[in-house]
Design a protein around this ligand. Sequence first.
Ligand code: HEC
Length: 171
Amino acid sequence: MFDTMTFTKITAGLCGSLLIFLLGQWAAKELYHVGTHGGEQSYSIDTGVEETETAEAEEEVPFEEVLAAASVDDGARVFRQCSACHKLEAGANAVGPYLHGVVGRDIGAAEGYASYSGALSEAADVWTPENLNAFLEAPRQWAPGTSMAYNGLRDVEDRANLIAYLDSVDN
Ligand code: HEC
């Protein structure tokens, strides 16, 4: 039979379990119910998204202005990324067509280069600085189907410097 002490112990045990259960439930809610605190985040992880937004805002500057301030020397440094596939001397075709005089040149017109995909001349007619800028930012987006296996130059200043450099090679 129960004596009072046993009964008290059982009750205390049940109450304790219940309390722990309630506490656990409360803690779990606090931890996992994100977004119920008045909609405001209690902490933020810096993903660098804001910086990207600023970078995009900078691109609002008209490209001619960025180009006007471009550095040929810095462009020569950027060109190293292209030199695996492109040469600058007229007629020197490699994996890609030679880039001598490419600024202002007709698209797909490098003499003797037989491997054009046709995607570039479908996208535009002449390599104006603006077309080069758009192409080099995202080659496969600007000219879907291009055989130029290059991901693109994200930085508008890098592109402007590079285009100024390409333009300087043939004066
Ligand atoms: C992996 C090799 C490779 C790299 C790296 C590369 N290209 Fe190309 N490029 C090509 C190929 C191949 C083509 C021909 C594409 C086509 O016909 O679709 C091409 C085409 C071009 C054209 C068009 C030329 C014309 O005669 O119409 C330009 C301009 C150009 N590349 C510039 C660059 C620049 C600037 C870089 C560096 C930022 C670069 N490429 C990096 C392979 C490359």
